[in-house]
Design a binder for this molecule. Structure first.
Ligand code: ZN
Length: 150
């Protein structure tokens, strides 16, 4: 992969998750750098993620889970099931899309899918809200967002 490609997949995790729509990335405070970023401010669930800590992924230096001979493994299927049920997205669908059409088309599709109808910002997959337009509602729920009282 060249540098251009690495930059484009900066926010796309090996499992196919788009970190750009994740609550940990979108929040203002303690913003997570994404699964491919450094560990500083990385959310606990991402630090402990079975995919990021997957020995196959790390051993083979794979960029995405679809490069793995065990794909789709049980862990990925469980993660996929959770996200399909709760957050209207699928890791496996994302991975298939990236594999078939490439990262660029995937990013474009995601941009459209999660675009806020009001401000063209990003809708968070974890709460269905826009961090720009729904900021007051989000502040009320600051505990979920990891915001401290001030
Ligand atoms: Zn908005």
């Amino acid at each position: 992969m060249n540098d251009d490609c690495s930059e484009k997949m900066r926010l796309i995790a090996p499992c196919g998750m788009n970190c750009g729509i994740c609550i940990a990335y979108l929040r203002e405070k303690n913003k997570c750098p994404g699964c491919r970023g450094g560990n500083e401010n990385k959310s606990k669930s991402c630090m402990n993620c079975v995919i990021i800590n997957c020995e196959e992924l790390n051993k083979n230096n794979s960029k995405f889970c679809f490069e793995c001979t065990k794909n789709p493994c049980k862990r990925l299927k469980n993660l996929d099931k959770r996200y399909r049920t709760k957050y209207h997205m699928s890791m496996l669908d994302n991975l298939n899309y990236i594999k078939e059409k490439g990262i660029e088309e995937f990013l474009e599709k995601e941009k459209q899918k999660w675009k806020c109808p009001t401000c063209d910002g990003v809708i968070c997959c974890h709460n269905g809200l826009c961090f720009h337009c729904n900021i007051n509602l989000l502040k009320k729920r600051k505990k979920i967002l990891g915001w401290e009282d001030d």
